[in-house]
Design a protein around this ligand. Sequence first.
Ligand code: 2IP
Ligand code: CA
Ligand code: CA
Length: 378
Amino acid sequence: MAALLKAVLSASEKAAEIARLCRDAEPLFRLLVAEKTGADRNQRFSHDFKTLADVLIQEVIRHDLGAKFPELRGHIGGEESNEFTNANGDTVAVRVCGTVGETAALLGSVLHPEREAAELLAAAAHREVAVGDAALDGITVSIAPGDVAVWIDPIDSTNEYIVGREDVVPQDGIAPSGLCSALVLIGAYERSSGRPVLGVINEPFHRRHPQTRGWQGRYHWGIAYRGTHLSSLSPPPPPQPPPRVVLSRAEAQGVRDALASLSGGHLHFAAGAGYKMLCVILGHADAYILSGGSTFAWDACAPHAILCALGGGVVALRDALRAQREGDTRTPPQLTYNRPAEGAVGAERWANLGGLVAYVHPQHLEAVLEALAAVPGL
Ligand code: 2IP
Ligand code: CA
Ligand code: CA
C-alpha cells in the first residue's frame, strides 16, 4: 500500500513535464529567453514568468496531493508563495482551479498578453499523469498521510534551468553545471518528530532520447519510516577511503583546503543543492559539505529521506563540529524539518543555518568532521 509514494511520484512526473514544457514549447521558451537576454521592457514580465513556472509547479503538486489525501491539506509547504503581482499591479493567487478553462483564465491574468502560454500551462496542470512502475506493487509499508507533512522545491537549480546548457561534460559522473542539475524535489517528514520519511527526486532533463532527441527524465525514491528502509536504488557498496566530496562553487577557501587534503587533492564542484545530494545518493560522491546557510528545508528533505533509506543521512555541520569539540562521541543528530529557526523571518525561517553534511556511510561523515575540526570560523 504505497499510496503516498505513488501519489508523490505521479506529482513529480507531472512537475517534470511542466518543467520540460516550459523549455520546449515555443511560446513558453520565448519567455525564458527573454529572461536571459534581459531586454528592458520584458524584464519584469519574464522575471514574473520564471517565477510563475516555479509557482505553478508547486501549486500543481500541492493540488494533486491534497486532492488525493485531504489529511495533507494545510501541511504542504514549499519554496514559493503563490501570490503574484501582474503587470497591472494586481495581486493574483495562482492555483489549480476546478476546470482547465478556469486555470487558463487565471494564468492568463498573470501572463497577459501571452494567452497561448497560459493555455499550454493550464493544459499541463490538468493532465492525468499515472506512474506505471511495477517495482511499487510489492511495497507494503503504509505511511499515514495524517502523520506527515510535505516540502516541495518545484525546481531546484533554477539558474541552470534558465541558462539550459546541455553540453557540460560530467567528470567522474558529476556534471559541474548544466540543465541536468535542475531537479524536482518532494519530501515528506513526520509531523511529530520532523524526521524525513519519504523522498522523491525527479530529474526532468536526465538525457536526450537517442532517436527522438526529446527529453527523458527519471526519478529516484526512498522511504525511511519506523524501521522500514526502502529505495529505488540499490544499497551502496562498502566505503572506500578517502571520501570523494562534492561542494558548491561558493564554498570558502578554508573548507576547500581541508577537504582537498582529506580527499587526496581532488574536489568536485557542482550546481544545485539537490543535485549535489543526488550525486551522493547515486554513489558519484561520498559526501556533500556546505558550510553556509544557503539551503532550506525544501532543498534537503527529499534527498535526506533517500539518504536515510540507504543508511546515510544529513547533519548540521556546525552543530556536529561543536559536539565534536565538546568531546561528544555520539553520531550527530539528523536535520529535522518541522521547526522554523527562532527569530528568523520569511524563507530564512526554514534555512539550514548551520550548513550540512550529506553522506551515505557514517565513516565518511566522521572523516569529514575530523578534517574540518580545525578550520577557522567553523
Ligand atoms: C538553490 C540552488 C543553488 C544552491 C542553493 C539553493 O536553490 O540549489 O544552486 O547553491 O543552495 O538554495 P549552489 O549551487 O551554490 O549549491 P534554488 O535554485 O531553488 O533557488
Ligand atoms: Ca532550492
Ligand atoms: Ca527552487
